[in-house]
Design a binder for this molecule. Structure first.
Ligand code: GLY
Length: 350
């Protein structure tokens, strides 16, 4: 696993770039973080250049789920080619998960692969998307259908980027942070998170938040180190996501406005209810998780019935007949992956 730096600002980014001998640097970023890039990233990238003749190139992107496509990856590759990127060039991607997924994919195929690194700017990407080397784009209505497993040289988390993140996006990211600690609850990180996060929107305690981000990044980093290609343990990171993907699918069909993080929050409550119904989780776990997530301002009530969600799950590309993988919760810090039939009574609830 390559380094994950967790800092307040970008003042150590130059050192991180130098550490991997970045060469010529190409910076790609989400237009929403232009100010952060101009104020924090570009000077660091310039200072990291050894050769005075060398330059940095920049590419600003409009980012959306609809634009997470091969066409955008082609545009990135075209920019790299037209700006003279060669095999020694280095791509630095600054933005949320869509930016890093697409930039990482472009870097992993351009000239059969150039080196790249991420500066994630959303909470969700800091603790999930920018760690672990999954890159990709949507294809023919399937999310992340085309992509590669390819690790960034490093992930540089500057928590100051969160200060400009809209509240709804910050709160959405909290669900992935909490998810990490339901999977592995080292040093009571779950309890610390659900104590700290309810107050976050009123004024950040950035040091405590930084410690939690570091802890969540360590959970993901550890799992990915043990199971990079998702042969087993990495599937635990999909906690809440089987339900969430179905929720997002139905939301798209119904033109409802539900973000990924919000869907994951609802999905984790449903995963807890499923675990209880199978006798895997103790009674009350789902209600207590629901209360914790709600206190963090996350939505917890799914607008669709379990039967509607099961209908969408059955059509998912990952379904194996009527069987689908679910991450079940035994207790906070202890989850397990099971393949279950959608004909179980739990999935018939209207
Ligand atoms: N986002 C889940 C994973 O990286 O495996």
């Amino acid at each position: 696993m390559n380094p994950i730096y967790v800092k307040y600002d970008c003042s150590s980014l130059e050192a991180a770039l130098r550490e991997c001998g970045a060469g010529r640097i190409f910076v790609i970023y989400d237009e929403n973080v232009r100010q952060f890039v101009e104020e924090q990233v570009l000077l660091e990238a310039l200072n990291a250049l050894d050769d005075e003749e060398s330059t940095i190139e920049i590419y600003e992107m409009a980012v959306s789920e609809e634009k997470k496509s091969l066409a955008t990856v082609e545009s990135i590759c075209q920019w790299l080619l037209e700006s003279g990127a060669d095999r020694k060039s280095f791509l630095l991607a600054v933005g949320g998960g869509i930016t890093s997924d697409m930039a990482g994919f472009a870097a992993s195929i351009y000239m059969r692969g150039i080196r790249f690194a991420y500066v994630p700017t959303t909470l969700l990407s800091m603790v999930d998307a920018a760690i672990g080397g999954k890159t990709g784009v949507n294809f023919l209505d399937y999310k992340n259908m085309l992509g590669t497993f390819c690790e960034p040289q490093f992930t540089y988390i500057a928590t100051s980027a969160l200060e400009t993140l809209p509240a709804r996006d910050f709160i959405g990211g909290e669900s992935e942070l909490i998810k990490s600690f339901i999977i592995e609850n080292n040093d009571e990180a779950y309890e610390r998170a659900v104590k700290l996060l309810p107050a976050m929107t009123e004024g950040a305690n950035i040091d405590e938040l930084t410690a939690l981000i570091q802890a969540a990044a360590a959970v993901k980093g550890g799992i990915v180190t043990r199971d990079f290609r998702e042969g087993g343990e990495r599937r635990k990171l999909n906690l809440g996501h089987t339900f969430a993907h179905a929720i997002e699918h139905l939301a798209r069909e119904n033109k409802a406005d539900i973000t990924h993080g919000e869907a994951v929050s609802m999905g984790m409550v449903m995963a807890a209810r499923l675990s209880e119904s199978l006798g895997i989780a103790p009674e009350g776990l789902a209600d207590s998780l629901k209360a914790d997530l709600a206190a963090c301002h996350l939505p917890v009530d799914c607008p669709y019935t379990v039967a509607q969600l099961a209908g969408a799950m059955g059509k998912d590309k990952k379904a194996d007949g009527d069987k689908v993988n679910f991450v079940l919760i035994r207790a906070i810090g202890d989850v397990t992956v099971e393949k279950l039939s959608l004909s179980l009574p739990f999935f018939n609830q209207e």
